[in-house]
Design a protein around this ligand. Structure first.
Ligand SMILES: Cc1cc2nc3c(=O)[nH]c(=O)nc-3n(C[C@H](O)[C@H](O)[C@H](O)COP(=O)(O)OP(=O)(O)OC[C@H]3O[C@@H](n4cnc5c(N)ncnc54)[C@H](O)[C@@H]3O)c2cc1C
Length: 409
């Protein structure tokens, strides 16, 4: 049995550690930060990814933290309901979609890793800067000058991965098509049924909001996560994307035209204490994620626009896949099988997200709507709506019959 080291204790790295442990591997995780802090705001775990976390025994923790999203409502800026895309078990999915605070999810996963793999299995304050391959092992190189020898090395250090850079020294800067995302989370009264995600507007000016705390929901209010997207016309490359960068509300003006029957967007944004900004960036898909006994996973392998709630979900699918492939072949062959299983699939998601993913319906409606008195059914057909939703579900892999992760090696 090979020993495995993972760099990055984000969502992808931690779920990979749990999946590999489930398969009987010895695993160590190295994280750059000196503590696991509750960073970020809301993310979504789609049904096919939450199904896997539930198989790992994390269902009760997810239920306690995250809101089980009933549906996603796509609306025009005048408040017309374009489409309601159901996401619940009642709608036929095998597991719920959870809307959840990223930092709380990460903290929960880290504590599970410590519980299941043993205290000290996550080494904090260990930024990884590179690797050096030997005959059968790989030396992981740390910023403090130390090294760690291991059989297999999985890098899950996210968007700015130095391992990806070492594997692809000539790769260009991050791709940015001009959209900035302003984000925050704030306590509000419950909005609607307290379980609905709303995406309103169009490609140029878009407002996304959803509740992310089950605790708040149970007490009759909501921790409301919001993202205000504004597209600037000049495309440019941005290489310093940082989820923690603070922002002001200078961008808010175009949202004053939005009319929603169940919420006051401006009030929600103005009440938010901490607003951050993040550019919508991704990278072109690579032709390979592996080099011998080293592999990339999650955002390190396939950073994508956070459209269609896919960043965390695809990292979780990677985690399941790499554990499954290594249990079949605990060597470089297993890493290659993982790459074959996941690289083409995630490349399609990267590409589809660039074209708007399931949110394409917003642009179709925005191009046709003239004002609040229009009837949406006169503007866009059910057939058109269904086509957009089902094509994306297929690309993102909303599978109903994923194999179970139950056998130890
Ligand atoms: C601080 C932060 C906040 C985020 N907030 C949001 C959000 O609000 N909404 C959203 O949709 N997505 C957010 N994301 C991105 C989202 O978590 C990912 O798209 C998705 O979960 C896939 O995760 P990942 O594990 O591949 O990468 P990430 O979640 O980016 O995790 C990477 C991990 O690697 C660690 N790391 C980085 N460099 C090194 C290094 N050299 N050596 C060792 N460890 C390293 C990081 O500290 C982090 O813990 C955030 C990411 C981060 C890091």
């Amino acid at each position: 049995m090979s020993d495995v080291a993972i760099s990055g204790a984000g969502i992808g790295g931690l779920v990979t550690a749990l999946c590999l442990k489930h398969k009987g591997f010895n695993v160590k995780v190295f994280e750059a930060d000196t503590e696991i802090r509750a960073l970020g705001v809301g993310i979504n775990i789609m049904p096919h990814a939450s199904k896997l976390l539930i198989q790992l025994g994390l269902g009760p923790q997810l239920d306690a933290l995250g809101v089980q999203t009933r549906c996603i409502e796509y609306r025009t800026k005048f408040g017309h309901l374009i489409q309601s895309d159901p996401r619940s078990i009642e709608a036929g999915f095998e597991a719920p979609q959870y809307s959840i605070h990223r930092g709380e999810l990460q903290a929960m996963l880290a504590s599970e890793v410590e519980k299941q793999l043993g205290n000290g299995s996550i080494k904090l304050g260990k930024p990884v800067v590179g690797f050096r391959q030997g005959d059968n092992t790989v030396a992981i190189l740390f910023k403090d000058g130390s090294e760690f020898n291991i059989d297999l090395f999985i890098d899950a250090t996210g968007l700015h991965s130095k391992i990806r850079k070492q594997m692809n020294p000539n790769e260009g800067p991050l791709c940015y098509e001009g959209t900035m995302m302003f984000r925050g989370a704030v306590e509000t009264d419950a909005i609607g049924d307290g379980k609905t995600m709303v995406i309103a507007g169009d490609h140029d000016v878009k407002f996304v909001t959803y509740p992310i705390s089950e605790r708040a929901r149970q007490s009759g209010c909501a921790l409301t996560n919001w993202v205000a997207e504004v597209r600037h016309t000049e495309p440019r490359h941005i290489n310093d994307a940082d989820w923690g960068r603070g922002a002001t509300l200078d961008f808010i003006k175009p949202f004053k035209d939005f009319v929603m029957h169940d919420m006051n967007l401006i009030e929600i944004m103005e009440k938010t204490e901490v607003v951050t900004e993040y550019p919508m960036v991704d990278r072109n898909p690579l032709s390979s994620w592996t080099k011998g006994n080293v592999a990339l996973l999650g955002d390190a392998a396939h950073p994508m626009y956070p459209i269609g709630a896919n960043g965390a979900s695809q990292a979780i699918l990677d985690a399941w896949s790499i554990a499954h492939c290594l249990s079949e072949s605990p060597s470089t062959g297993g890493l290659q099988a993982y790459e074959i299983a996941r690289l083409p699939a995630t490349s399609k998601v990267v590409q589809s997200n660039r074209e708007g993913g399931p949110e394409k319906v917003l642009d179709i409606a925005a191009a046709r709507v003239t004002g609040p008195n229009d009837r949406i059914e006169d503007l866009i057909s059910l057939k058109e709506l269904k086509h957009v939703a089902t094509s994306y579900q297929k690309i993102a892999g909303f599978e109903k019959n994923m194999p179970k992760l139950n056998n130890k090696k």
